[in-house]
Design a protein around this ligand. Structure first.
Ligand SMILES: Cc1cc2nc3c(=O)[nH]c(=O)nc-3n(C[C@H](O)[C@H](O)[C@H](O)COP(=O)(O)OP(=O)(O)OC[C@H]3O[C@@H](n4cnc5c(N)ncnc54)[C@H](O)[C@@H]3O)c2cc1C
Length: 396
């Protein structure tokens, strides 16, 4: 490799939700940090490099979760969003409320108990109360809602990343716009080769490379995680509809646990093209059979037409009075570990660490996961309220 042009204590590879949050917490804890990753591709279809799962303007935030762990890490993250906005001057958090609707009583009871344990009490609305409070929606007979009016809503993932990176910059850290193509140990330190042929030298490296973790051969050992395909429909609405839906919460409507039984919906947000888009997607994605060859092709594709058609039908059913002016589909991907937890761990015999396996829904929890990873790297263990063994790497 060439002579290093940057040196730092910790290089974070991946400038997504998790990498940017970890970089900020590392910087807050006193480390000299470089966060390395490319910006968004100009066009997905012709881009031939790595992709991220954060290329739009809204992600649901909620503490309503069936798993107490996910409720807890979401609550911890949401509790710090306002402070990060104030510190950086970058706003990204819209606590317009989150509504989870289902006919499955156990599912709602578990979520409500976990939200309460995480310090957030929610309202319970039967089908009559749901229709009164949210007349724009048609959820159907026998559906009950759990409504969090306090911390739920959505964040803008692009602005969240910008805020985390700005906080790193304010602490004297660096942001490097490049893809990492090689990682090699050298005399007790680590050399990181970049796509622009420059080199970074660091004492420790954190891999937060999302679905592309096993790609480009930069990972010390391939990890065991599954990739799921998630096409998303963006439905354009005019300014009048957007104004009518200004108070709309983020929504999950769950009829069951299988593919085709659950959708999520985000209120209209104005995009950089000046248009307002509602966003609808499936909660459970399809397993990608061969990510090594299919992952890049999936991001280049127009998404799954059959799933997109179903999402259009769901949108028309849930919001029957909303007139959609145009729509388009964007492919996205999430990862699932066999442990059901993130991998926040050190690779053997190295100072290379992982912050991987998002389980499909950790935009809302990214700040806390970044904090956990920063502790693991700098103090050798995760914060005391968590347990190292829950985050162990599993290899292929
Ligand atoms: C359609 C969709 C909807 C979602 N909705 C929600 C939601 O409503 N709420 C929620 O909480 N979560 C949601 N999620 C999940 C959430 O977006 C992910 O959990 C989150 O993006 C994971 O963050 P990450 O940093 O691990 O990965 P990413 O956000 O994908 O970031 C990884 C980054 O690593 C970079 N990278 C990869 N390889 C390299 C390399 N070799 N060198 C340098 N950089 C590299 C990529 O460019 C990318 O920027 C959704 C996901 C999808 C796909």
């Amino acid at each position: 490799m060439a002579e290093p042009v940057h040196t730092c204590d910790v290089a974070v590879v991946g400038r997504g939700l998790l990498g940017s949050a970890a970089a900020r917490h590392l910087a807050d804890l006193g480390a000299d940090v470089a966060v390395i990753g490319p910006g968004e591709p100009a066009e997905l279809a012709s881009h031939n490099g790595v992709f991220g799962s954060h290329y739009d303007e809204s992600r649901i935030t909620r503490v309503l979760d069936r798993d107490p762990y996910f409720a807890r890490i979401a609550a911890a993250s949401l509790g710090r969003h306002r402070e990060l906005e104030e510190r950086t001057g970058i706003e990204f958090y819209c606590p317009v409320g989150h509504l989870s609707v289902s006919g499955m009583g156990d599912y709602l009871d578990e979520m409500l108990a976990n939200a309460t344990a995480a310090g957030v009490d929610c309202d319970v609305l039967d089908d009559v109360a749901l229709a009164q409070r949210f007349p724009q929606f048609r959820f159907g007979h026998g559906m009950t809602g759990a409504f969090d009016a306090r911390v739920g809503g959505h964040i803008n993932p692009r602005r969240f990343i910008a805020a985390q990176c700005e906080a790193v910059r304010l602490q004297g850290g660096q942001q490097i716009d490049a893809v990492v193509t090689a990682i090699e140990p050298e005399s007790g330190r680590i050399l990181i080769g970049l796509s622009d042929a420059t080199v970074v030298k660091a004492d420790q490296v954190l891999l937060a490379t999302g679905a592309f973790a096993n790609h480009l051969m930069i990972i010390p050992k391939e990890i065991d995680f599954a990739v799921q395909e998630h096409p998303v429909v963006f439905a354009e609405v005019d300014d009048g509809v957007a104004a009518d839906l200004a108070d709309m919460p983020s929504v999950i409507c769950k009829r069951g646990d299988e593919i085709g039984e659950s959708v999520y919906l985000l209120p209209p947000v104005r995009y950089p093209d000046g248009r307002n888009y509602l966003k609808i997607g499936q909660s459970v994605g399809s397993l990608m059979t061969d990510p090594a060859t299919m992952l890049t092709r999936w991001f280049q594709s127009g998404g799954d037409a059959a799933i997109a058609a179903w999402l259009h039908e769901e949108l028309a059913m849930l919001l029957p009075d909303v007139e959609v002016r145009s729509s388009h589909v964007v492919p996205c991907a999430v990862t699932k570990s066999p442990t059901g937890r993130q991998f926040i761990d050190r690779f053997p015999d190295s100072e290379i660490y992982a912050l991987l396996a998002d389980d499909g829904h950790v935009a809302k929890s990214a700040d806390e996961l970044g904090r956990i990873a920063a502790h693991r790297m700098l103090y050798g263990t995760v914060p005391t309220e968590y347990a190292d063994e829950d985050y162990r790497l599993v290899y292929r």
